[in-house]
Design a protein around this ligand. Structure first.
Ligand code: NAD
Length: 277
């Protein structure tokens, strides 16, 4: 026994939602190496060896219910990674409503117990949730799958920006009620990361912050570099951490907020919903 075992996943069962490619796949691989039994759910074909593969479409409640039934058993860590870009029909269900329903279902079936942890992949796009909290609370108060999806449509907010804000607000709001059940919940908000989704929206997703990266001498992140903080946040080593949306962008937005990298100040103020003085 080492004190560092708290970072490991021996004897744990991990569920990665959206683990066919990108950061989810990297998290699944790391979790397996860290000792976990891994279940991967995805809409796309899951080719990774050594994991249990379950097909799910987060846009459909019945598909989520069936996937959870197929998974069964106890789950110690959930990585909610799946996501799609603007222009994908059902974005409000795939990026938020479906993930939330999946967690509700795990809880209802008592598959998450004391000591379990959840970590979402949100986005810098979601960081301005505090400025929008009254509106987002309206959504979060709607527990029904179809009604919540309808809220996004009716409010004209079925887009990437607002689904990620909803996710960040949800993570923050659920820290208290979930911890009463012994469960932690967090999110990471990655900077540009080289994945199939980012490549498909290359100019916008990988162009973001490229001036900063050139100046500090870094490349877009690899999926594994984002999987490490995901794994940490759901490990026992992060027992003191819940309700946070961790910005994993190598300091880009912090440099904008403080003005140490002034080129990022305008975008940081916009994304964080802050008005410059
Ligand atoms: N890549 C970036 O630069 C970046 C930056 C910030 C946030 N993100 C977020 O990271 C998360 C992971 O994305 P990624 O960049 O690793 O891309 P990715 O496309 O490799 O991973 C997304 C996964 O979601 C799955 N998925 C899509 N629709 C689904 C559905 N209806 N049901 C179930 N699964 C579905 C895909 O099949 C894929 O495996 C997303 O939520 C994305 O919004 C990405």
């Amino acid at each position: 026994m080492s004190q560092l075992d708290a970072f490991r996943y021996d004897g744990k069962r991990v569920l990665v939602v959206g683990g066919a490619t990108g950061m989810g796949a990297a998290a699944a691989e790391l979790a397996r190496e860290a000792g976990a039994e891994v279940v991967v759910m995805d809409f796309a074909e899951i080719k990774m060896p050594g994991v249990r593969a379950i097909r799910v479409n987060l846009a459909e409640r019945e598909s989520i219910d069936a996937a959870i039934d197929e998974c069964g058993g106890t789950v110690h860590a959930v990585f909610s990674c799946a996501g799609v870009a603007d222009g994908t029909p059902g974005i409000e269900r795939i990026n938020f409503v479906g993930h939330r329903h999946l967690i509700d279902r795990l809880l209802a079936k008592k598959m998450l117990g004391r000591g379990a942890a959840i970590c979402f992949i949100s986005s810098a796009a979601g960081l301005g949730w505090e400025a929008n909290l009254p509106l987002l609370q309206e959504l979060l108060d709607i527990s029904d799958f179809d009604a919540a999806a309808r809220w996004f449509q009716d409010a004209g907010k079925a887009d990437y920006f607002h689904t990620k804000q909803a996710m960040c607000a949800y993570v923050s709001r659920q820290a208290f009620p979930l911890l009463k059940q012994g469960i932690r919940i967090n999110a990471i908000c990655p900077g540009p990361t080289d994945t199939p989704l980012a490549q498909a929206n290359k100019d916008m997703w990988l162009g973001f912050g490229s001036d900063y990266r050139a100046e500090v001498g870094i490349e877009p992140f690899t999926p594994k570099e984002q999987a490490y903080p995901l794994l940490f946040l759901c490990s026992d080593a992060a027992a003191a951490i819940s309700g946070i949306t961790l910005l994993s962008d190598a300091g880009y937005l912090s440099s904008g907020i403080t003005g140490s990298y002034p080129n990022a100040t305008m975008i940081a103020n916009f994304l964080l919903g802050r008005n410059p003085a």
